[in-house]
Ligand binder design. Structure first.
Ligand SMILES: *[C@@H]1O[C@H](CO)[C@@H](O)[C@H](O)[C@H]1NC(C)=O
Ligand SMILES: *[C@@H]1O[C@H](CO)[C@@H](O)[C@H](O)[C@H]1NC(C)=O
Ligand SMILES: *[C@@H]1O[C@H](CO)[C@@H](O)[C@H](O)[C@H]1NC(C)=O
Length: 511
């Protein structure tokens, strides 16, 4: 088997392009940021490329040809930072993360990462390409500069537009909602006003944070490193975690390709214990509940846990619940509920008897639910969850609930509604068909463009000069000001030199 794989890899290498050494980096604070990188790596390794992947989550399993580097400074920083109770904060109506926490993350994590010897050792190696996470890439841009090679982004938080805008892609306030707000691309006047205020607030707040990141980069990598903005503009290609049928139709430059659902795959049979549990419900089927990997269900406040178990007890379905605690600690678990620390989410979503998915609304979960055509009840918690939920509700396959005002009654009703109102499943299936109707799979697309950048040693010919213009220049405001100034000057000159003569001429005529 191994030999066959090696032979196959050899053939592919011979047919494709020279094998490359690729360094992938994500500084995202949640494990889901790793997934698109993993999937791309799994596609690249059989084609002969060597992948080194720096991230903050020690590997659960290994893949031949992929070396994971998890500097202990980075790992520890993330562990400290994410020991949070996001659900509790959201239910109290607080900000899940304080403005200070949002502000400090990028530069503190940069410091923790660059201080680590494991990171610095990478600078002694030779790479052909770097692939960075479009979320918090600025610190790694310092490494890009030191290694002197082309780089790409995987924009993991698909609704985050910062890196896209810096590369020159249009992201007008009128149709591009802030990634952390419950808004869509179709906003009324007041929503547009609120969106503009939020976007301007974020774009202002990000400046001092980035100055701090830059300070850290220069402290560890040398004072000659250019500014993080200048480095970021030089991106060769962006693999965008979106797809017009599940996110929004947007104007994208030719150095952007959409790869939403790069990790989606058809369901395979479930392990026997899960299958037996589901079969126990007969034809009434089951629902699946997961708040993802970032939210840490086991940290949830007790009253929310009680609310959920009371809800599940009232349902005529079996319930599979991703919950990271031992069943022994949950003494009040109803008989129709089975919990698991880790559950094969896509195999569950693709199961014939699944009736609905109750989710926090993480982007990857939303893509998976569309891929498998399952209606959802969403309870957004933080980051892009609200924006994801807003889009899914607009598309008609999701019902959104507010954690702040959640009751057993509301949750029971919402679950029944997405199951019994055929509209939800119909719309999920419709989006599923649209998502799958593509010329090539997202993985094929991602591999093609990665190798394209390697073949041409960067894709600088695809970059738009828009990336070098500032706001005033891009929207021609400098020109408008110039024209106004010219008109004003001409009027002033006319008044000064011509008017007295005209007055004189008129006076002479009158006499
Ligand atoms: C990949 O890594 C292995 C082991 O580090 C090395 O022997 C090999 O030459 C590398 N291949 C490429 C294409 O860089
Ligand atoms: C993590 O927290 C511990 C205990 O508060 C602290 O000693 C340690 O320095 C922190 N680590 C990082 C990388 O921030
Ligand atoms: C962009 O990156 C390439 C490769 O590192 C480098 O040669 C080039 O000078 C960079 N361009 C700018 C404007 O920074």
């Amino acid at each position: 088997m191994k030999l066959q794989i090696l032979l196959l890899a050899g053939l592919l290498v011979a047919s494709c392009c020279s094998a490359a050494d690729i360094l992938m980096i994500t500084m995202g604070g949640t494990k889901s940021h790793k997934i698109p990188f993993w999937e791309l790596a799994k596609g690249l390794v059989p084609r002969g490329h060597n992948i080194t992947f720096l991230n903050g989550f020690p590997a659960d399993f290994t893949l031949h040809g992929l070396q994971e580097v998890t500097p202990s400074g980075l790992v520890e920083y993330i562990r400290n930072y994410t020991n949070w109770d996001l659900l509790g904060a959201r239910m109290r109506g607080d900000l899940p993360l304080s403005v200070w926490d949002v502000f400090r993350y990028p530069w503190q994590i940069c410091d923790a990462t660059l201080e680590d010897k494991e990171t610095m050792d990478l600078l002694g190696r030779k790479f052909d390409l770097l692939i960075l996470d479009g979320a918090f890439p600025e610190c790694a841009l310092g490494l890009v500069y030191r290694l002197g090679v082309p780089f790409m982004y995987i924009n993991t938080v698909g609704f985050y537009t910062g890196t896209m805008a810096l590369a020159g892609n249009p992201t007008p306030y009128s149709t591009t909602p802030a990634f952390y707000r419950p808004l869509t691309d179709d906003m009324n006047f007041l929503e547009r006003v609120s969106n503009t205020i939020c976007r301007m607030f974020t774009e202002t707040l990000i400046v001092p944070t980035m100055m701090m990141v830059q300070h850290m980069v220069r402290r560890h990598l040398g004072s000659d490193v250019p500014s993080v903005w200048e480095l970021g503009r030089n991106v060769s290609f962006i693999l965008q975690n979106g797809q017009a049928s599940v996110t929004y139709p947007r104007p994208l430059l030719p150095n952007v390709a959409e790869i939403a659902c790069i990790h989606c795959k058809p369901a395979v049979a479930l392990p026997k214990d899960l299958e037996d549990f589901i079969a126990g419900a007969g034809e009434s089927g089951f629902i699946y509940v997961s708040m993802g990997s970032s939210v840490k269900a086991a940290n949830m406040p007790d009253h929310l846990r009680k609310l959920l178990t009371q809800t599940f007890a009232r349902l005529p379905y079996r319930v599979l619940w991703k919950y990271e605690a031992s069943p022994a600690l949950l003494t009040d678990l109803p008989a129709n509920v089975k919990i698991g620390r880790w559950l094969p989410q896509q195999d569950i979503l693709g199961h014939r008897k699944l009736r609905a998915f109750v989710t926090h609304g993480g982007l990857l979960s939303m893509f998976e639910t569309v891929y498998h055509g399952v209606p959802v009840v969403t309870m957004p918690v933080f980051c892009d969850h609200d924006a994801n939920a807003a889009k899914a509700s607009t598309d008609g396959y999701a019902l959104k609930l507010d954690l702040e005002t959640l009751t057993t009654e509301k949750l029971v009703r919402a679950i029944h509604k997405v199951i019994h109102d055929p509209k939800y499943r119909k719309e999920a299936k419709r989006r599923q068909i649209l998502l799958k109707d593509q010329r090539s799979t997202p993985l094929e697309t991602a591999i093609y463009w990665t190798e394209y950048v390697i073949r041409h040693n960067g894709a600088y010919h695809l970059q738009s000069p828009a990336r070098n213009l500032n706001f005033l220049q891009y929207y021609c405001i400098d020109q408008i000001l110039f024209f106004i100034a010219v008109v004003y000057l001409m009027r002033a000159l006319t008044r000064l030199y011509l008017s007295p003569k005209i007055v004189q001429l008129t006076k002479e005529k009158l006499h």
